[in-house]
Design a protein around this ligand. Structure first.
Ligand code: PLP
Length: 279
């Protein structure tokens, strides 16, 4: 693979960053993952807007313009002949002698790499378990400190399931790397309202917009595992998972253990729309 590091396109074995990088020492950095369909970027503008917000919350700025970022994404797609998959982007505060106090003139580290994988194939649905949400209080900032969701995902894998929905004060926050939804028996979509407790998913925004254009009813509020187990259908969204059906929650099967009609339709329409709008 060809990757990007601070202005250079290099073979991945040649790409390095300092051991003093604050991303490495403090998880002092943010990231984005943008889906690529047909060699084009899905919702690039949404990802850059959230990236700027994440940076601002950590008192950083974009190290290059958003036009330059787009150019870098496109160069990497070209270099790697990427048709379908994702581009990962990370910005850290840069390298400085280890100190909790932010360095005054560190140069930010910007890296990007591609991941080729089929992402638009129809999905058979995932089985999830619930687990306590042990993350920090600013989940709205897309930081690279992903140990808590990684440990939580491992709990799910060890239980033979695909992912976990994390629960705080009795209510589902989100999946380990996705937003969580249920569909009621009268086809209303319920998903947790935006706050510091969850990541403001770019796919979430696009899917809710699509659902409202389809005149579907949406309720943004917290829900419990118990309510989810009694729902007609459930799903998750994320940039590279699109709309992914959930067919089991804590050993209770939903919609007969296969993707239900509402989620199947949303999933197909969302991919169609994403293909059309990709740049
Ligand atoms: N929630 C969490 C915790 C995530 O890590 C992610 C994506 O990685 C999402 C939600 C979905 O966000 P997006 O749709 O922007 O990919």
């Amino acid at each position: 693979r060809t990757v990007y590091v601070n202005g250079s396109y290099l073979p991945e074995e040649k790409a390095t960053v300092s051991i003093f990088d604050r991303g490495f020492l403090f998880a002092d950095g943010v990231y984005e993952v943008t889906a690529v369909l047909d060699g084009k970027l899905v919702d690039f503008a949404g990802h850059v807007t959230r990236l700027e917000r994440s940076l601002n919350e950590l008192k950083m700025e974009l190290p290059v313009s958003s036009d330059e970022l787009l150019e870098i994404h496109r160069e990497l797609i070209k270099h790697n002949k990427l048709d379908e998959g994702a581009i990962y982007l990370q910005i850290t505060r840069g390298a400085a002698d280890r100190d909790f106090v932010f360095p005054k003139n560190a140069k930010q580290t910007l890296i990007l790499f591609t991941q080729a994988k089929p992402i638009s194939a129809p999905k058979s649905g995932i089985r999830i378990v619930s687990a306590p949400d042990i993350r920090w209080g600013r989940r709205d900032i897309k930081t690279v400190q992903l140990l808590a969701p990684s440990l939580t995902k491992m709990l799910a894998k060890e239980a033979g399931k695909d992912d976990a929905w994390m629960v705080e004060d009795g209510f589902v926050t989100e999946g380990t790397s996705c937003n969580a939804y249920i569909v009621t028996k009268d086809s209303k979509i319920i998903t947790r309202n935006l706050s510091n407790s969850i990541l403001h998913g770019i796919t979430r925004a696009a899917v809710l917009k699509l659902a409202s254009e389809l005149d579907m009813e949406i309720e943004e509020r917290p829900f419990t595992i118990d309510e989810a187990q009694q729902a007609a259908e459930a799903f998750v969204t994320a940039a590279t998972a699109f709309v992914n059906p959930v067919i089991e929650i804590d050993h209770v099967e939903l919609s007969g253990g296969k993707p239900g009609p509402v989620v199947t339709r949303l999933s197909q329409l969302y991919i169609e729309e994403s293909r059309k709008a990709a740049i």
